[in-house]
Every structure is written in structure tokens, then in C-alpha cells.
Write a protein of this length. Structure first.
Lengths: 226, 378
């Protein structure tokens, strides 16, 4: 089992109706991602990058084909089961961070842990470790409006890793950041992959961001081109 | 609890909107609690009790103290009837025989027998002895005193009668807290009904199961007399005399229902706005792993908190309002104290919570009704 890929996608298609037209953002796509790999997905807008990311993260379900993440075949799971699976196996990093403005950095990071049975003390230990890992121990009480864009994204990454998921999915994580902050975030993601064994799937338009990944794949019209 | 704290923070996000909603709920629940207080006070005053031992002897076919006139010498005759424990003649004078929210009621009683007849009366200020010594002295109920700012030693005038406050009394009976007890002979003269004439007799019987028999016996005794009597248990007397008030107050129940419906609509609307303004954030929560059930739980918690805060404020204000103003609803000489009660408080809070829950059901469903990817991609 150790040789089997962590993510295994076989002949996956995704289509949906938009008015009278049928849109197919992904068509018969197959892909394998080993455990601990940092994978970058590139491609023009509408190429199906985010759709693929959402399928891997269990936010959406394919129309056909099979999709395995770890030991679990996601295509067999219902909506509620996918939500439960996401809560413990996936950390999602958004382009625009999407922190809750009324909560402090600490409280934002705590959100995924509220779904667990961890005690307040255990939650604190984990949050402090996550804050330490992203280098924001001194910003725990700050609200999102009191943080820079780079710091907000670090908090979002801490929120994504605090419950120790095996898979991190990142949708343009540096898309809204200046170069310096972007490099710092990419270094952090690279560390999470190499030192903490996280499997990372990142969607990006930025070739420099893709350089930080172990492998880069290109999508065009719902198909892998290289 | 960890989700309640999150719900509270969500509500504080838009403080003005939350505050306005809470005030709206408070206004509705104030009205509801006011109506309930009237209903409850009336129901308590007129409900027949199994342990009731007091009869009211009134002039037959008379419904107002101004027209009920009975000879005072009926008292000793009634006292001799088997089963009777105590009898007290009472002369009543009121400032307003019609329906009113501010009735001043004088009860003229034999000063020396009042305490024996009604041992629950406690003189909390001034002295009972002073009351017995001075013919124009009055013992006034604590609500009556507070409402009019009266203290022992003060004098006041009403219904053309001047009295001096000898003491302030407290009693478990709301009626006693809203009247002024004066000497019977003093009131008979001051109100010009004449000595020897009283409005009614209050009779205490040995046991509750003797009520009907003693009442029949009293009426039978005076049937052929020039002033025949009609004797009823005290609460039945209230219920019959207060028929018009009961009809009027029953109508106010519609106001209470209207207030509750308004609160329901207000909270539902506020929550729907809150939920619609957080569509994307809700999707983020779902992406993190919050289930639809958890999201609904958050929205419902917000509804319950709005209901609780608004309800507590509205019901609390209403009860404080009634406590402070000590209203007495009067009609044809009968006064019913509109007293705040724990039952109304608990009912009001429970209904506020139920409204918060009910109003949040649709918004809770609506919060997660759109497909997650659709919201994230919008």
C-alpha cells in the first residue's frame, strides 16, 4: 500500500448545465499524486484547475470516473460524509484568505478544531504550534484587519493545518500578495510538504509560484497537456 | 457552548442591526408581557380555589358599592350561623365607579377587629396602634403608598375624604396592597351613607367545604328581610362583578398574539438578512468542515440569543413597569391589582426563546441551501 499514490484520479469527468448548454470543465482526466508531493496546477482561466482542486478537496463530486484520496474513494461519499471527511483530512487555502473578520487570528485558527472533541487546553496547544509554524506567535490576538495580506494568508495556512490534515489544497494562495510575501508563503508551503509530509495541490497562474512545487501540470480545456 | 460564543460574536458584528432587532423584540415582548400580566392578575383574582374560605355578602341585585347597602346589624346575626368563624362589616368608597386604571378605594372596617380578621396584614411602616387610636387614621397598602408617595404622618384627600396615614401595610393578597383601610364609622359619616350602613360583609367559614352551605344559610336568613343578600365565594364575587373587565381584558389577548407575530416576523427577517450577508463566509465554514447541521445550529443559536436578550429586556421592563406603577384596574368599585408575577416572566422568556427558534428555522435552512461550489465560485 505504501507504493500506491495518495491521490488517484481515473477517467474523471465533470460537467454541469448552464442554461441550455452543457459545460464540461474536466474530461476523462487521470492523475496520480504521491504522498507528500507538492503539485502545482497551471493553465488558463476556464481550463478546469479549480474544478479539479474542488474535486480533490471533496467540495464537489465528479460526474463520472473514480477519485481516491488516501484510502477513501470520494465518489462514493454523500454530501454530509464529504463534509465530515474534509473536516479531518483537508486543509483549504483560499486566494483571498477568507478569515472571519470578527475573530482574532487565534480564534480563526481554532475554527476547524471546534469540530473536534479536543479540550480547550489541547486546542490551545495545537493553535500555538500552528501559529509558531507560520511565524505569527506574536499576532495571536490580532484581528484580520490588523494584519498585512501576507500575515492574513499565514493565518489562513495555520487554520488549514491546525487539525493536521494529510492534504492541503491551495487556490492561488499567492495571487493577492506582493512578491516578497508570496515567496515567503511558497517557502512555507514547501516546508509543510518536505518537513511535515503534507501532500499539497496548488492552483496558480504564477510560474514563479509553480517553481516552488515538486511538479507542475498544465491543464487546458479540461485535459492535462504536459 | 463553543458555538454559542461564535454565534454571539456573529451578532456583535453588526451591532446596530442587532441592537435594533433586540429592541424590536423587547417592544413586542413588553406588550405581550403587559397583556399577560393583566390576564394573569385577573385570572388569579377570579379563579375559584379549592382552599377558599371567604364569602362576600352583598346586597341582592346590586353590583356597585354605591348601591349595595346592608344594615350593619346583620353582622352579629351572620356570626351566629353554623360554620362561620369571623365576620367583618366593610364600607367601601371609591373615587371612580366606572372602569379605571387608577382607582382609590377606601375600606371602612371596625379598627379593633381588622387585625383579628386579617392576621396576614403586616404593618411595615408606622403603627397599627396609631391607627386604632385616631378616628381619621388610615392604614394604606404598600403599592398605594408608593404610587402616591405617602408616608406615615402624611395626610391625603380623595373622594372628598381627608385621612391621616398611620401606617403602611403589606399583605400576600394584592387587593390589600392597593387600598386604604379606615375606621368604619368614620367612612360611614364621611361618605354620607350614614352610620349603621355597610356595603358588604366578608365572612370566613370554618372550612372550604362549608362555603356553599353557609352562603345559602346567610341568604336564607335575610330572604324575607327588607335588604336581602346575595352571598358568594370571594373569587366568584370578583368573577361576576368583573365580567366587563374580563371581556375587555380577554380582547387584549389579540394584542398579545399580534405582538408575538410581529416579533416572529422581525427576528426571521433580521436573521434572513444576516444569513444572506454571510453567504460566502458560510461556504468557507462548510469548506473547513462545518456540516449543514452545524451551520444551522449557529444560525439557530443567533435566533435564540436575539430572542433571549429581547425577551428578557421586554418582559423584564414590563414587569418592572407594573411593579413600579402598581396599577389597579377598577370597575364598579372592584379593584384588581395588576401585579407582576414570576409565571409571566418565565412564560415570556420561554415564548421569546421559542420565537427565536421558530424564526431561525427558515434562515438556518436557507444558509446552506445553495451548492457549495456555486457560492465559492460566485
Amino acid at each position: 500500500m505504501s507504493d500506491s499514490p495518495f491521490i488517484k484520479i481515473e477517467q474523471v469527468s465533470k460537467s454541469f448545465q448552464k442554461g441550455k448548454a452543457t459545460i464540461t470543465p474536466l474530461e476523462n482526466l487521470s492523475l496520480e499524486v504521491p504522498r507528500g508531493e507538492f503539485l502545482a496546477l497551471m493553465g488558463p482561466s476556464g481550463s478546469g484547475k479549480t474544478t479539479l482542486l474542488n474535486l480533490v478537496a471533496g467540495i464537489d463530486s465528479p460526474t463520472s470516473g473514480s477519485l481516491w484520496v488516501g484510502e477513501r474513494e470520494l465518489t462514493t461519499l454523500k454530501r454530509g460524509q464529504l463534509t465530515k471527511w474534509r473536516a479531518s483530512h483537508v486543509g483549504y487555502i483560499f486566494q483571498l484568505y477568507h478569515l472571519v473578520p470578527i475573530l482574532s487570528a487565534y480564534e480563526n485558527i481554532e475554527l476547524p478544531l471546534l469540530l473536534t472533541s479536543l479540550s480547550k487546553r489541547d486546542r490551545r496547544t495545537r493553535i500555538e504550534a500552528a501559529l509558531d509554524l507560520v511565524g505569527l506567535s506574536n499576532r495571536a490576538t490580532h484581528r484580520p484587519t490588523e494584519l498585512s495580506g501576507g500575515q492574513e494568508q499565514r493565518v489562513a495556512i495555520a487554520r488549514a493545518i491546525v487539525h493536521d490534515p494529510e492534504l492541503l489544497v491551495a487556490d492561488e494562495p499567492t495571487g493577492d500578495l506582493d512578491r516578497e510575501s508570496a515567496d515567503s508563503i511558497l517557502q512555507l508551503l514547501s516546508r509543510l510538504s518536505k518537513e511535515h509530509g503534507k501532500t499539497i495541490v496548488m492552483v496558480t497562474h504564477d510560474p514563479r509560484a509553480a517553481e516552488a512545487a515538486d511538479r507542475t501540470l498544465h491543464l487546458e480545456k479540461g485535459k492535462l497537456t504536459r | 457552548m463553543k458555538f454559542v460564543s461564535l454565534a454571539l460574536k456573529n451578532l456583535l458584528r453588526n451591532r446596530l442591526r442587532t441592537l435594533l432587532t433586540v429592541f424590536g423584540v423587547a417592544a413586542g415582548m413588553f406588550l405581550f408581557a403587559s397583556v399577560e400580566t393583566m390576564q394573569y392578575s385577573l385570572s388569579t383574582a377570579t379563579r375559584a380555589r379549592a382552599d377558599e374560605t371567604t364569602l362576600v355578602v352583598y346586597r341582592e341585585n346590586r353590583f356597585c358599592p354605591a348601591t349595595s347597602r346592608l344594615p350593619e346589624h346583620y353582622g352579629p346575626v351572620i356570626k351566629e350561623i353554623e360554620g362561620v368563624r369571623e365576620v367583618i362589616p366593610i364600607q367601601i368608597a371609591v373615587n371612580n365607579c366606572g372602569a379605571s386604571l387608577d382607582v382609590i378605594t377606601f375600606r371602612g372596617v371596625p379598627a379593633e377587629t381588622l387585625q383579628d380578621y386579617n392576621p396576614e396584614l403586616k404593618t411595615i411602616e408606622g403603627s397599627y396602634a396609631d391607627f386604632t387610636k385616631r378616628s381619621d387614621a388610615a392604614l394604606i397598602g404598600q403599592h398605594f403608598a408608593r404610587k402616591r408617595g405617602l408616608n406615615p404622618g402624611d395626610s391625603f384627600e380623595a373622594v372628598g375624604i381627608n385621612v391621616s396615614v398611620a401606617g403602611i401595610i403589606a399583605s400576600d393578597s394584592p387587593q390589600d396592597n392597593n387600598v386604604a383601610y379606615v375606621h368604619l364609622d368614620f367612612l360611614q359619616q364621611a361618605s354620607r351613607v350614614g352610620l349603621g350602613v355597610v356595603t358588604q360583609f366578608n365572612v370566613k367559614v370554618e372550612s372550604a367545604d362549608q362555603l356553599d352551605a353557609v352562603a345559602d344559610q346567610i341568604d336564607e336568613t335575610f330572604r324575607a328581610d327588607q335588604q336581602p343578600t346575595h352571598t358568594r365565594p370571594e373569587n366568584a364575587f370578583f368573577a361576576e362583578t368583573a365580567k366587563q373587565m374580563i371581556e375587555l381584558i380577554s380582547f387584549t389577548r389579540l394584542l398579545g398574539i399580534g405582538a408575538v407575530a410581529a416579533v416572529l416576523g422581525l427576528v426571521a427577517n433580521a436573521l434572513l438578512l444576516i444569513v444572506q450577508g454571510r453567504t460566502r463566509e458560510t461556504a468557507i465554514f462548510q469548506t473547513i468542515g462545518f456540516s449543514r447541521y452545524r451551520i444551522s445550529q449557529l444560525v439557530i443559536s443567533e435566533g435564540l440569543l436575539i430572542g433571549l436578550f429581547g425577551g428578557a429586556l421586554g418582559v423584564g421592563s414590563a414587569l418592572f413597569f407594573f411593579h413600579w406603577n402598581a396599577f389597579t384596574l377598577g370597575n364598579e368599585g372592584l379593584t384588581i391589582a395588576l401585579s407582576p408575577s414570576q409565571a409571566v416572566l418565565l412564560k415570556g422568556i420561554a415564548i421569546s426563546l421559542a420565537l427565536g427558534l421558530l424564526a431561525s428555522l427558515y434562515p438556518a435552512w436557507k444558509a446552506t441551501s445553495k451548492p457549495l461550489t456555486q457560492v465559492l465560485n460566485s
